[in-house]
Write a protein that binds this ligand. Structure first.
Ligand SMILES: Cc1cc2nc3c(=O)[nH]c(=O)nc-3n(C[C@H](O)[C@H](O)[C@H](O)COP(=O)(O)OP(=O)(O)OC[C@H]3O[C@@H](n4cnc5c(N)ncnc54)[C@H](O)[C@@H]3O)c2cc1C
Length: 222
């Protein structure tokens, strides 16, 4: 199967990088084709604008979604965006690897979504949710947190983690047709021992070996 791993962390020696490398190595060893988007390494530019396109249709008023439709019809995405869209179209599973920042995606990754999940290529024309363009594909978040697990439960300081991830699960992934797998979460890797971190990497590798057998979670019922 084809797997795309979209990863962001600014530090190559980080635990996120170890999770990223574990996923690439494990999935390749299991016989899957793996492509990556290492956004820090790519120095991916995360801000949308006219520069998303080789040319724009309306030169006096910029409306991104209208230009995305125009670009879809006219092969008008700049190569750095076109290449990322094609990776999404190619994959059977997309994994997002990132540290939770302010209860969400770090800016460079959010910007990748904003530029790459474009109207016409990722959604639109009545193709949403169950009829979404990426229907049949799976998606999974693999995240780390600063806070420990007990903070991320109902009634805990931060509230339950499923609620925090719901805007991504429902608003980005299910919206565009992906089936969402349970998130892989390492709570507070900086607050634990080297042994526990190695155990987390091992648990992730074991999970990934059979990831295509997994069923989607019920995002809607959170
Ligand atoms: C702007 C900002 C916003 C944030 N918002 C939130 C938030 O909303 N909620 C929240 O909970 N947290 C938040 N955080 C904290 C952040 O989520 C955590 O710092 C991050 O998830 C920890 O992961 P890391 O990869 O950066 O860990 P690192 O600090 O890179 O790694 C932890 C430890 O793992 C070690 N390590 C690396 N590789 C390996 C390996 N192969 N084997 C074993 N050990 C290894 C490292 O040496 C290090 O000691 C925020 C941080 C910032 C900067």
């Amino acid at each position: 199967m084809n797997v795309l791993i979209v990863y962001w962390h600014p530090e190559p020696l980080s635990f996120n990088n170890a999770m990223f490398r574990t996923s690439v190595e494990t999935l390749k060893a299991a016989g899957h084709s793996v492509k990556t988007s290492d956004l820090h390494d790519m120095n991916f530019f995360p801000v949308s604008g006219r520069h998303n396109f080789t040319s724009t249709n309306n030169t006096s008023f910029f409306k991104q979604q209208m230009e995305e439709i125009y670009a879809t019809d006219n092969n008008g995405f700049v190569p750095e965006i076109e290449m990322e869209i094609q990776k999404l179209e190619w994959c059977d599973l997309v994994i997002f690897q990132f540290p939770l920042w302010w209860f969400g995606m770090p800016a460079m990754l959010k910007g990748w979504v904003e530029r790459v999940f474009s109207m016409g290529r990722a959604y639109g024309g009545g193709r949403f949710y169950e009829d979404g363009i990426f229907r049949g594909k799976k998606a999974m978040l693999s995240i780390t947190t600063g806070g420990l697990e007990e903070l991320y439960v109902k009634g805990g300081w931060n509230g339950d983690i499923d609620g925090i991830l719901r805007p991504i699960h429902r608003g980005i992934l299910e919206f565009t047709g992906f089936s969402v797998l349970a998130p892989q979460i390492v709570f507070g890797p900086a607050r634990t021992s080297d042994l526990m971190r190695h155990i987390e990497l091992e648990k992730y590798a074991i999970r990934l070996k059979d990831v295509f057998k997994e069923k989607a979670i019920d995002v809607g019922s959170y």
